[in-house]
Design a protein around this ligand. Structure first.
Ligand code: 26W
Length: 821
């Protein structure tokens, strides 16, 4: 019982109290009576961090001495969410830490609200990366997450007059207690200039890249602790800075302004996250960002390998690199450059190593979301990488030529260079050609990539294609966000093993009909609904009756996700009530949340439409006892955690074939919501898992969608042929929701009637009918409760732990490393 050691590592309530006071004093320079809530939060964060660091250092030592094979996860986005509770849960001290705080008269909920979340991602892909970090550590897989330390994360959304307004997210303003700056871990990153042919001492021909600009990337490390294990992994994010000597040359010739400008330019690279979920053509800074973090990460990997094992020729045995979409695909060309130009390896050996190092996950089929870079821009910024890509392409296409004699059309389709839209580099092709494994993120998605965007590549090398269905972490999305449900599950199962192995939720199944459990289940749900209603009332002014059915759609705003289909349903119910006020209806609260890309005009108009419809309905006493519409502002991880526990019905209504997987669908279902959804992405597998009778399926299948599109889809005919549909759309164009202005929503309604690329009108009828079935089920509480319990009981498969185990076994060939003590 050495007291100083206790203060940093002790887990008892007494030790935590002592540590808390200690950190408040020595780190914040405060004592209890004068400490602000923020000081109290920081002291709590450091108290948790101390305990994590102990495990982190131990993990690093064991990984190093055992030469453990290590995963490098490369992702331009990590949507981590608040850290404090998550870390306390993983340390196993959430309860005792709360008790310690209470004994010190600290309002724990207040300090949790103080935490600003690192919003270093825009949507599903970034949040998936964060779930995978949690599960990698929990599954004891040695891993480094590499990314960018954006100074400004995803914008904060405020709603003004029904419109989305973006506010910058200055998340580092008050400091970040979770990260450790590593000023000595830094690498030079070069841009522009030209290349020269030279010879080395042995007379071999070499390429020298003479850049125009050099900046540096500095590492900032965040420990990522697993649940119930001592393993902790590393999240290493790079911040761009000017090299120390940036000013001398320019300064000497008197160009002080130019020197400062160069510094600003360097710092700009990691300044802000692009808030789009589709690439914006020709954004030079975005390409700079991608190369920036990829170059730092590859240099760091080589350094680490040198520090431990040594010979560069074995780097692919030490590391495997997972590319989270194509954003980091440049790593393939960068590793080639480092090995060939800087380490003097032969091209053949370097290519063999590179090909064995990378794996690539695709997250989207939408053609507009597939990244390409104009050759001119690419050449200006990365002249050497363009040469490398040309060489890779030439070698690759030669192989294709030999396999498919004379098939020139195939060559053009498979080339890394697209010659049809002005010359552009196809990043997805680079990723496929440079990787030993390619995977989709749900069964349907993986099937579709093999028959559409990667058809030719699948024909060439079918064995390289895999599927790993996404998963989410039950620590954050059940234990942290829904403690009441977690307690009830633990009490019912008689154990909490399900938190570390979600298949154990099965133990709930036998209790699905138990009236006692059902009553408690309902109490837990209503308590969460009350919390959310209170929050929404406070933040939007829309009062919601917690007894109403909470019908929630929360995700990025996008036409393919079809928030407007949901709006048409609301308008239908509204009209039904207006036409016959005596009609009986299950009261519903429709809750939306989600951000629109700032330049996506239609998505922003959809937000306005939701709010406009809400304004009319919420104000109309004839209907507002039955219908309420609320838009939760600023849907992020923290706010998401308020939504998932409170949902009765989860809306997963994308056009079949468009949503690669979806992960919100999993979060809702794990928290006892029933899903109304299309035959798309992971919905299909969720339905299989929970049972078709416990899932509300509607709409066309992906095949039917394809067929209908091939036949020629005519939304106008559907509009003319369905009187209710017509009147719902016409009500929008009438100006009812726009203070009489018939033009405001015309871009949206016209587009639906005349083009409707995501076939909202084709699924409208089926959706309404399915919603009738929902209403019917909800009117039978015992049946609903049973369905809800069975949903939770059967969601084990959708833990990110399962996903990570599949990656580790099938794709990475990495073994867990068990730390004892
Ligand atoms: C700005 C460039 C860009 C382009 C695409 C940024 C981000 C993207 C992502 C591919 C968008 C995204 O988040 N995709 C989602 O990935 C999730 C995790 O696999 C899936 O569950 C979603 O279905 C998919 O839309």
């Amino acid at each position: 019982n050495d007291p100083p050691e206790q203060t940093r590592t002790g887990m008892s309530k007494a030790a935590l109290k002592q540590a808390y006071i200690d950190n408040l004093f020595y780190i914040q320079g405060r004592f209890r009576d004068v400490a602000s809530t923020y000081d109290l939060y920081m002291a709590a964060a450091f108290t948790a961090r101390d305990r994590m660091l102990e495990r982190w250092v131990e993990s690093a030592q064991v990984y190093k001495t055992s030469h453990a094979r290590t995963l490098c996860y490369l992702s331009a986005e990590y949507l981590l969410g608040p850290q404090l509770t998550q870390n306390l849960v993983n340390l196993g001290i959430a309860k005792v830490a709360r008790a310690a705080a209470e004994e010190l008269s600290v309002d724990f909920n207040a300090i949790l609200e103080e935490e600003v979340e690192p919003g270093l991602g825009s949507g599903g892909l970034g949040r998936l990366a964060a779930c995978y970090l949690d599960s990698l550590a929990t599954q004891r897989i040695p891993a480094i997450g590499y990314g960018i330390r954006y100074e400004f994360g995803i914008f904060d959304q405020v709603i003004q007059d029904g419109w989305q307004v973006e506010r910058s997210d200055n998340w580092l303003r008050n400091g970040n207690p979770w990260e450790l700056p590593r000023p000595k871990i830094s690498f030079a990153v070069r841009y522009g200039g030209h290349t020269e042919q030279t010879r080395d001492q042995e007379g071999r021909s070499r390429v020298r890249w003479v850049p125009e600009m050099v900046i540096k990337g500095v590492a900032y490390d965040t420990p990522i602790l697993g649940y119930g294990v001592r393993n902790a992994n590393l999240l290493r994010l790079w911040k761009s800075e000017a090299p120390e000597s940036f000013d001398f040359q320019t300064f000497n010739v008197g160009d002080y302004y130019g020197a400062v400008h160069a510094k600003i330019e360097a710092e700009t690279i990691s300044k802000v996250l692009y808030p789009n979920d589709e690439p914006e053509a020709g954004k030079e800074l975005r390409l700079k960002q991608q190369y920036f973090f990829v170059s730092c990460s590859m240099q760091d990997m080589i350094r680490l390998h040198r520090n431990t094992v040594g010979p560069l020729e074995t780097i692919h045995q030490k590391f495997v690199v997972q590319l989270n979409d194509t954003h980091p695909a440049l790593a393939i060309a960068e590793l080639m450059r480092l090995l060939v130009d800087e380490q003097a390896m032969t091209w053949e050996q370097a290519w063999s190593i590179t090909r064995q190092t990378f794996c690539y996950t695709n997250h989207t089929l939408l053609p507009e979301a597939l990244e390409t870079w104009s050759l001119a821009l690419f050449e200006r910024l990365l002249p050497r990488h363009l040469e490398i890509i040309y060489a890779i392409n030439q070698e690759f296409l030669d192989q294709v030529r030999v396999r498919f004699l004379g098939d020139e059309a195939r060559i053009a389709r498979m080339s890394l260079i697209d010659e049809t839209h002005g010359r552009r580099i196809r990043m997805a092709h680079l990723a496929v050609v440079g990787s030993r494994a390619v995977n989709g993120v749900a069964a349907l998605h993986s099937k579709l990539i093999k028959t559409t965007i990667f058809k030719d590549f699948h024909e060439l090398a079918p064995e390289r294609f895999h599927t790993v269905t996404n998963g989410v972490t039950p620590r954050r999305f059940m234990v942290v966000s829904n403690p009441r449900l977690a307690r009830l599950i633990t009490a019912t199962c008689g154990h909490d093993r399900w938190i570390g192995d979600l298949e154990y939720l099965r133990d709930l199944e036998t209790h699905a009909d138990d009236p006692v459990l059902q009553a408690r289940w309902r109490q837990v749900k209503i308590a969460a609904k009350r919390d959310l209603a209170c929050w929404l009332d406070h933040h939007t002014g829309v009062p919601i009756d917690p007894e109403a059915m909470f019908d929630i759609q929360a995700k990025r705003l996008h036409e393919y996700k079809r928030q407007h289909l949901k709006v048409l349903h609301i308008i239908r119910l509204y009209q039904r009530l207006k036409q016959d006020p005596s009609v009986s209806m299950v009261p519903r609260a429709f809750i939306f949340g989600g951000k629109a890309a700032p330049g996506y005009v239609m998505a922003k108009l959809m937000i306005k439409l939701i709010n406009a419809v809400g304004e009319v309905i919420n104000r109309d006493p004839q209907v507002n006892g039955y219908l309420r519409v609320a838009f939760m502002p600023n849907f992020n991880v923290k706010n998401g955690q308020r939504l998932y526990p409170a949902a009765d019905l989860s809306e997963q209504i994308s056009l079949a074939g468009k949503e690669a997987s979806g992960t919100g669908n999993m979060k809702f279902s794990m928290n006892g919501a029933l899903t109304i959804g299309t035959d798309d992405g992971a919905n299909i597998e969720i339905r299989e898992a929970v049972g078709a009778e416990n899932f509300f399926l509607f709409g066309m299948t992906a095949e039917e969608v394809q067929r209908k599109q091939a036949e020629g889809y005519r939304p106008w005919a559907l509009y003319q042929g369905d009187a209710e549909l017509k009147s719902d759309i016409d009500l929008i164009s009438s100006g009812l929701f726009s203070h009489g202005d018939p033009h405001l929503f015309r871009p949206l309604t016209d587009h639906l009637i005349h083009a409707d690329p995501f076939m909202v009108l084709a699924d409208y009828r089926a959706y309404l009918e399915c919603q009738e079935r929902v209403t019917e089920a909800y009117a039978q509480p015992r049946r609903w409760d049973r369905m809800s319990i069975l949903n939770v009981a059967r969601m084990g498969r959708f833990s990110s732990d399962r996903a990570i185990r599949e990656y580790a076994e099938r794709i990475w060939q990495i073994e867990p490393v068990v730390l004892d003590s």
